[in-house]
Design a binder for this molecule. Structure first.
Ligand SMILES: [Cu+2]
Length: 295
């Protein structure tokens, strides 16, 4: 608000003088027109228009750096939640090292009560190219860069779904690399953590789909905890059915979309780095049922 007040005052002065000059000195009649006095070289005027703006810029610089330093220096409370964020072409990996959880694309965090703060500290890096984590209602942008760890923290006080978008052009499907942050009440967050910590459910009714999954290339790219599938090129699928969307927010998560996705990801996301699996109709249905059982 302080910066806004200063810039607003500058705008009003400049725009006011300009409007005044436009009206006061508009010429009506060429016959009676006299050129106003022309001033060439004036140390006073030049000094004034150099020194005054320089002082204003120094003042704006000091005010903003105070806020930036205070934000970055805040001490991390013991109850803070740690999340390792890894950007991939074109999805987000989230690892909670203290909780032993790995998930993708939908970040769950607890809301933070100002009296008892539980902020979430993000440690961010990239598996391939530069991405950028940007959820406008939570914080500023932070670039996600290979071979470098950037950090930021977020602490929304109100529960809800906060949407965002990868904000550095990272390839063909950059536009569908969406961010979804779920700020949960402490109880809802604890319940989510308890569910995610469990190994994948072994529903006997989808045993056939599990076999197809475990005997195809899926396992090279995807992890399902408790099975031999431990690939890390694609999202962790241990609890994929618990997510509202698939493919980084590209489409809603339901059996129909899941089937189309597994058959050919380019239906929704041309250029996604999962190849079309081209399973036969029977196997495709079985694998889809298996995916939808992974709550
Ligand atoms: Cu990206």
């Amino acid at each position: 608000m302080f910066v806004l007040a200063i810039t607003l005052a500058i705008f009003l002065i400049v725009a006011g003088l300009l409007t005044y000059a436009l009206i006061r000195y508009r010429h009506h009649n060429l016959e009676t027109y006299n050129e106003p006095a022309q001033i060439y070289g004036s140390n006073q005027i030049e000094l004034a228009w150099t020194v005054v703006p320089a002082l204003i810029v120094v003042m704006l610089f000091l005010t903003s750096s105070r806020v930036i330093l205070a934000t970055q220096d805040s001490t991390k409370p013991a109850d803070a939640v740690d999340v390792v964020v890894i950007g991939h072409q074109f999805w987000w990996e989230y690892r909670y090292p203290k909780l032993g959880i790995v998930t993708a694309n939908e970040l769950h965090i607890p809301i933070s009560d100002p009296a008892h703060p539980t902020p979430t500290y993000l440690e961010m890096s990239s598996a391939d190219v530069v991405h950028s984590f940007w959820v406008p209602r939570l914080a500023g942008k932070m670039d996600v860069i290979p071979n470098r760890v950037n950090t930021m923290w977020i602490d929304p006080p109100t529960p809800g779904l906060y949407l965002g978008q990868c904000n550095q052009f990272c390839g063909v499907q950059h536009a569908k690399m969406l961010l979804r942050v779920y700020a949960d009440t402490p109880e809802a967050f604890a319940a989510w953590v308890a569910e995610q910590k469990k190994p994948a459910v072994e529903d006997p009714s989808v045993a056939e789909g599990r076999e197809v999954f475990l005997h195809s290339a899926c396992v090279n790219c995807h992890t399902v905890s408790g099975t031999m599938a431990n690939g890390r090129f694609g999202p962790d699928l241990t609890h994929v059915a618990s997510r509202d969307t698939i493919a980084s927010g590209a489409v809603n998560n339901n059996a129909d979309n899941m089937k189309k996705w597994i058959d050919d990801p380019s239906t929704f996301k041309p250029g996604a780095l999962m190849p079309p699996m081209h399973l036969n109709e029977h196997d495709l249905n079985a694998v889809t049922a298996y995916m939808m059982s992974l709550h």
